[in-house]
Design a binder for this molecule. Structure first.
Ligand code: AMP
Length: 197
């Protein structure tokens, strides 16, 4: 795996474990020669992640909208800072070069980015692994809610299973290496024009 896209909070969060995990994640990816692709920010877990990867000699690509750059929210020292016109363009530019995606703890921005790539996996639009780094049980309730979607038949069991959840980045990367995308996309058994869920 050459490039991994990381979604994470623009805030540091309430617990020191979150910053420690972002630091460890950045350093681990750098040590494995994996380029970090992220939102380009210098704040919160985003800044901590980028700083740690750079300090360990890794490459970091940031993708940030011009408007955020103008508000001095961009990281000054990343290997490559790509500026784009919109949040939509940014998500595309972050996702395209990545071989996998990891969400660290974060807020609604992180969740929005995570759910977009998870949805695209379910739709067969890509076959790259998507993972949650479940630091200090941060994502336990989200995983419970996804299990509720599965129980209520809004999410297929095989798609629920594709989300890789680990509390440790090394185990997450090991599971990525063995990742098999689901045999069928959400609509694979539907004839064109048949509709329905
Ligand atoms: P949140 O989880 O709400 O803090 O939002 C974090 C996610 O949204 C990141 O993965 C970024 O892609 C994007 N984002 C939010 N705020 C910023 C910022 N100040 N600079 C760069 N990206 C940001």
């Amino acid at each position: 795996m050459r490039r991994i896209c990381i979604y994470c909070g623009s805030s540091p969060g309430a617990r020191p474990e979150y910053a420690a995990a972002a630091r460890h994640c950045g350093a681990t990816l750098a040590a494995r020669g994996v380029t970090v692709v992220y939102g380009g920010g210098n704040v919160g877990l985003m800044g901590i992640l980028a700083d740690a990867a750079l300090a360990a000699g890794g490459e970091v690509i940031g993708v940030i909208p011009h408007r955020m750059m103008a508000r001095e929210l961009g990281h000054e020292r990343v290997t490559q800072l790509i500026t784009v016109d919109s949040m939509h363009a940014r998500k595309q530019k972050m996702a395209e070069p990545a071989d996998a995606f990891i969400a660290l703890p974060g807020g609604i921005g992180t969740l929005e980015e995570l759910f977009e790539v998870f949805t695209w996996l379910q739709l067969d639009l890509h076959h790259k692994p998507v993972g949650l780094l479940n630091v200090a049980g941060f994502y336990d309730r989200l995983v419970d809610f996804l299990a509720h979607l599965r129980a209520e038949r809004f999410l297929k069991p095989e798609h629920f299973e594709t989300l890789v959840v680990e509390d440790n980045v090394e185990r997450l990367l090991d599971r990525f290496a063995r990742f098999n995308h689901p045999p069928t996309g959400k609509w694979a058994d539907k004839k064109p024009g048949a509709g329905g869920g």
